[in-house]
Design a protein around this ligand. Sequence first.
Ligand SMILES: CC(C)(COP(=O)(O)OP(=O)(O)OC[C@H]1O[C@@H](n2cnc3c(N)ncnc32)[C@H](O)[C@@H]1OP(=O)(O)O)[C@@H](O)C(=O)NCCC(=O)NCCS
Length: 186
Amino acid sequence: MSGPERSTLAGVPQISLTSVVRQATDADASEIARICTAAYRDAYRNVLPPGYIERSVTAFYNEPRVADDIAPSLPDWFGYQVVEEGGRILGAAGGGMTGPTTGELSLIYLASETRGRGLGTLLLKHVTDQIRAAGGTEMWVSVFLGDSAGIGFYRARGFQPKQTVRAAMSRVDDHIRSLRMLRELR
Ligand SMILES: CC(C)(COP(=O)(O)OP(=O)(O)OC[C@H]1O[C@@H](n2cnc3c(N)ncnc32)[C@H](O)[C@@H]1OP(=O)(O)O)[C@@H](O)C(=O)NCCC(=O)NCCS
């Protein structure tokens, strides 16, 4: 192959650019809100009821809420992290500490056309490093039961399923459950 073209995705040539993960700034809020809202709807279309999806994106990924959550609130929130290529944001993640040695990955969302290229792994590594630096020896993540893609991703990266719990934002009548997955940090 000649030149900077690296691969084709859905028939569109992809230029090889360096992926950078960094702490988000206030200027990133609208793009994070847009990507997380679109990725959430896309990822869970066949997993969750439409009402639950809209309730969740309205609560968590509206732009003012994301803007409020950009900055860290230590120790429980490290602030939004973003992955970008060539100045374009492609995904976001975030986590924090829930105890002196226990970390939580709260979210990872990627623009759908950028999945399967290792960007989720890059974001996961970044939040893992933050948890380690804060003294974490284990980290947890919640994945919706039925989200085989999310569960497959975390399994591939060393998380083990531990228990099921009622999902955040679930009402008594919709019975939406999350799988809690654990990875020891050694
Ligand atoms: C899940 C998500 C974060 C993964 O990021 P990604 O960049 O697509 O994944 P990567 O390219 O880094 O893949 C990492 C590993 O996960 C595995 N993986 C990815 N998607 C998978 C799937 N659907 N089923 C099984 N394994 C999967 C890959 O095989 C890879 O393992 P390998 O390198 O050992 O082969 C991303 O696809 C996404 O945003 N999905 C929608 C939102 C979501 O489901 N988030 C998770 C809940 S918060």
